[in-house]
Design a protein around this ligand. Structure first.
Ligand SMILES: Nc1nc2c(c(=O)[nH]1)N[C@H]1C(S)=C(S)[C@@H](COP(=O)(O)OP(=O)(O)OC[C@H]3O[C@@H](n4cnc5c(=O)[nH]c(N)nc54)[C@H](O)[C@@H]3O)O[C@H]1N2
Ligand SMILES: Nc1nc2c(c(=O)[nH]1)N[C@H]1C(S)=C(S)[C@@H](COP(=O)(O)OP(=O)(O)OC[C@H]3O[C@@H](n4cnc5c(=O)[nH]c(N)nc54)[C@H](O)[C@@H]3O)O[C@H]1N2
Ligand code: SF4
Ligand SMILES: [Mo]
Length: 803
């Protein structure tokens, strides 16, 4: 049905207001909802992929790009970090619908030139949605926004570098600059970028990983001694049980569905733990096969509709049952672990009432899942943002590790821990030293390689950098890709912080919100994308990337770049370093820029596990980085053993009449890049400002499908953050849980609401009220005090206290 029909009840005043939020170039009144079942992938996926590709790239560019996507001699998909099958096992079309969309979005024939920026003032651009900004096309030359200017204007590369160098040289301390990285950056660019920051003298290297799998890194390093997953694609194929927890592979890692299908065909069982019944996990048709699984065939043998944030309790309960049933690998526990005794005592007192309250699951449901775990000789657990973006995320992941260790499910075929990474090279960036807390041995290696002493004090992460900008401690903000303002929490606070900077610099392919919410002076530096030929130094250069399973390989793009003025990220970094640090810098920037093999030879000497890097990346399919627990059951923790941990079970308290909100991705976006307005698998078409609510909760709220509501978050700092004008969509999920899209929901996430230990923003359990629209104020905002209490608040009969 069209929601427009529902609008008859909404006064015109409110409809106008819906237009006033920075969404006016999307007509959200046109949103349609279709609640029938949708299978993931299948023929529609192929059709949509081809339509988008041909529409944006044309026939020739579509043909020359998609045939080389994820092939041994081609380029790595700039979508997600899911690994490629071994050479010889790849399909002709080794990509998914969203991979094709990612290529099309980058390789579009639509270009942005200086006339565009002369026509559109920054104030005008600041009124546009991410969707509109992204659709304007590729940026083709460097642009500058001078202090006090209203429009971006062209600037030569040399002047751009001199401008940045001038700002950096004028700082009182290098720690007044911060250098953000998004996860598409190649290993070569990442290595030179961190080297530039450290040559300047700062470890301020925030990255998207701070918002993504930081919690996984923290938990895994503490327990198994390395912050990466322990499985290969072959392990997934061979597993007998796979838990897919807090992850929506049908949309975000679509080729993972083929791996799950392969595992199932070899007899594996699959458990999905997710508040939502995501299409890929319950219905999947493999487009690579003439006859895929039929619609309605569940990929998951068991779906547990867990309450948001209930996973710590769930895994602790599973662990307690494994102990109770003695379904343990005693030899493994004896030889390789510490902490078992404490854990056994800890789970002996498990409070099942708390477990049921936290998970929203029955003891019988959890016992059924635990039985499957107990019966499986080889289990893989996969997880993503549904786990990492919570206050207690590190604790939850430690419980996942506990369950794996109890059964010796690490360092054996078909078993292991699989944090599924997001951006295509987010894991590689970390390996290359993009990390504000890189270990000392890495810094020692830099010192030995280049003969300068890198800074030792830990730098600022993403949230820390926003706080630094807010407090005036950070003066220069530079980003290697990404959309810092769009992706980070607490939009209003972040935007205000960004405007505090003296200089903001973005190395980007496409326009986004971070370019129009700027510092006193601002630069946009256009970069080559993964799909494009890199002829830096007068010859064809290749780059390297690492996937979610630690496999490193080369990538070179086939397409012509959008303009001759666009430069590679490596070129931009090395040229900037030369302009800032001069020819006397101990790092051979010019040599690095001329020949990326020189960078790789340095990587081989500095980065652990990368010996003979330049040679090995050329082997078909590349090489796999060492992972001591996976390879030899070696755990490089303090005790030399894997650590079984005991974490207190706390239940997240949600006050009466409030909901727990998660912010997630639609099927038509890549993070803040909005490909289109259709979330096909969830039946939403033509809009994004929707909030998914359980039908019974809706009834109690006296709301109907299509009603317009405001979302107001509550946090202990007393600030009420608002995101206005969302359409209500009834959607099956545990009571008390609601969902909206990222980045529309980001204004609701408090900056200081972060995960313990990892400092990762809590994007997936925000306490909110759902209110009928109030008329004051134009758009998303944060306000002091609780002035909204009562007035517009809606009654909710069912209390859903979780404690
Ligand atoms: N097409 C496409 N691909 C992408 C991306 C994209 O935007 N578009 N983004 C990339 C990036 S950077 C990342 S990090 C990954 C993200 O991949 P995902 O983690 O799959 O991304 P989200 O959309 O955030 O989905 C979170 C999932 O966890 C569930 N969930 C939320 N809270 C909880 C909880 O408390 N418990 C449990 N058990 N489940 C919960 C949600 O219902 C949802 O299914 O995808 C990568 N791939
Ligand atoms: N509410 C909420 N917020 C979230 C999340 C969530 O689940 N909920 N997820 C978080 C997660 S997991 C992540 S990873 C972050 C993502 O945060 P980011 O990585 O910062 O954001 P993206 O939207 O991926 O960045 C898109 C921009 O990158 C630039 N770009 C694209 N390709 C290239 C390239 O090849 N080179 C260069 N130089 N630039 C390029 C383009 O200009 C584009 O506009 O967001 C986080 N924010
Ligand atoms: S699964 Fe991920 S890496 Fe593979 S084609 Fe799809 S988007 Fe690209
Ligand atoms: Mo991510």
């Amino acid at each position: 049905m069209t929601l427009r029909s529902q609008l008859r009840d909404v006064p015109a005043r409110l409809r106008n207001e819906a237009r006033q939020v920075p969404t006016h170039d999307i007509d959200e009144d046109e949103v349609e909802v279709d609640s029938s079942a949708h299978a993931a992938a299948g023929a529609t996926a192929v059709a949509v992929a081809m339509r988008r590709a041909l529409g944006q790239m044309g026939v020739r560019r579509t043909a020359s790009s998609l045939t080389r996507l994820n092939q041994v001699d081609g380029f790595d998909c700039q979508g997600c970090a899911w690994p490629d099958p071994a050479p010889g096992h790849r399909h002709v079309a080794e990509f998914c619908e969203n991979g094709a969309k990612a290529v099309a979005e980058e390789a579009t024939r639509q270009h942005l030139d200086r006339e565009f920026f002369a026509t559109h003032s920054v104030a005008d651009l600041a009124e546009r949605t991410e969707f509109w900004l992204g659709k304007q096309g590729r940026i083709t030359e460097p642009m500058v926004l001078r202090p006090g200017a209203t429009h971006y204007e062209p600037i030569s590369w040399d002047d751009a570098f001199a401008t940045i160098a001038g700002h950096l040289q004028r700082l009182d301390s290098p720690d007044q600059a911060t250098f953000y990285t998004s996860g598409k950056t190649s290993n070569e660019a990442a290595y030179t970028y961190q080297l530039f920051a450290r040559s300047l003298g700062t470890n301020n290297l925030p990255d998207c990983s701070n918002m993504c799998h930081e919690s996984s890194g923290s938990a895994l390093t503490e327990t198994i001694g390395i912050g990466k997953g322990s499985v290969s694609l072959e392990d997934i194929h061979q597993a007998k049980l796979i838990l897919v927890v807090g992850q929506n592979p049908g949309t975000n890692h679509p080729r993972m569905l083929s791996a799950l299908e392969e595992a199932k065909s070899r007899g594996a069982k699959i458990i999905a733990v997710n508040p939502l019944q995501e299409a890929g996990l319950v219905r999947f048709k493999n487009p690579q096969k003439a006859k895929g699984l039929t619609v309605g065939t569940p990929v998951a043998d068991l779906h547990l509709p867990i309450r948001l944030n209930g996973d710590l309790a769930f895994f602790q309960a599973v662990g307690s049952l494994l102990v109770e049933w003695d379904a343990l690998d005693h030899d493994f526990l004896e030889q390789y672990t510490t902490g078992l005794e404490d854990y056994v005592a800890h789970v002996a007192d498990l409070d099942w009432d708390k477990v049921e309250a936290s998970t929203g699951l029955t003891r019988a449901q959890i016992t059924e899942a635990a039985r499957m775990v107990a019966d499986s000789p080889a289990t893989v657990t996969c997880w993503a943002m549904g786990i990492t973006q919570h206050h207690n995320a590190v604790g939850t992941i430690k419980e996942i590790v506990n369950v794996a260790l109890l059964q010796g499910n690490i360092g054996k075929p078909g078993a292991g821990l699989c944090p599924v990474r997001g951006h295509s090279n987010v894991q590689g960036d970390r390996t290359m030293g993009i990390w504000e807390r890189v270990p000392d041995h890495f810094l020692d290696a830099i010192r030995d390689e280049f003969g300068f002493e890198p800074p030792r004090e830990h730098g600022l992460d993403t949230v820390g950098s926003i706080q630094g900008l807010r407090d005036g401690k950070i003066r220069v903000f530079m980003a290697m890709g990404g959309n810092f303002v769009g992706a980070t929490p607490d939009t209003e606070a972040t935007e205000a912080a960004m405007r505090n900077a003296a200089l903001t610099v973005h190395v980007s392919t496409k326009l986004n919100r971070s370019h129009v919410v700027h510092g006193g002076e601002a630069l946009i530096l256009p970069a080559l994308g993964r799909s494009e030929k890199d002829l830096t130094g007068g010859k064809v250069q290749r780059v390297t990337v690492e996937d979610s399973m630690s496999a490193v390989h080369a990538s070179h793009g086939p397409l012509d770049p959008p303009s001759e003025h666009v430069r590679s990220e490596v070129d931009i970094i090395c040229s900037l370093a030369l302009a800032t640090l001069g020819e006397d810098s101990p790092v051979p920037w010019a040599r690095f820029r001329e020949d990326y093999s020189e960078i790789r030879r340095s990587i081989a000497r500095v980065v652990p596990g990368c010996a003979a890097y330049d040679e090995k990346v050329d082997e078909p399919g590349g090489f796999v980085l060492p992972h001591p627990p996976r390879d030899n059951r070696v755990f490089e923790t303090e005790s030399g053993k894997a650590v079984i941990t005991s974490t207190p079970l706390e239940v997240l308290d949600v006050p009466r009449g409030r909901f727990l909100l998660q912010s997630m991705r639609s099927h038509d976006q890549f993070n803040t890049t909005i490909y289109g307005l259709d979330d096909r698998y969830r039946g939403v078409k033509g809009g994004r400002r929707v909030v998914f609510v359980n039908p019974d909760d809706l009834r109690d709220l006296e709301l109907a499908e299509g009603d317009l509501v405001d979302l107001v978050s509550e946090w202990k700092d007393g600030v009420e953050r608002q995101a206005r004008s969302f359409r209500v969509v009834p959607y099956d999920q545990p009571r008390g849980c609601v969902a909206a899209y990222y980045p529309e929901a980001n204004p609701l996430v408090p900056l200081d609401s972060t995960a313990e230990k990892s400092n990762q923003p809590v994007y997936k359990s925000v306490v909110v009220r759902i209110e009928r629209p109030s008329s004051d104020g134009p758009s998303d905002s944060g306000s002091q005090g609780s002035s909204h209490q009562g007035s517009g608040s809606l009654r909710q009969d069912e209390p859903h206290h979780l404690s």
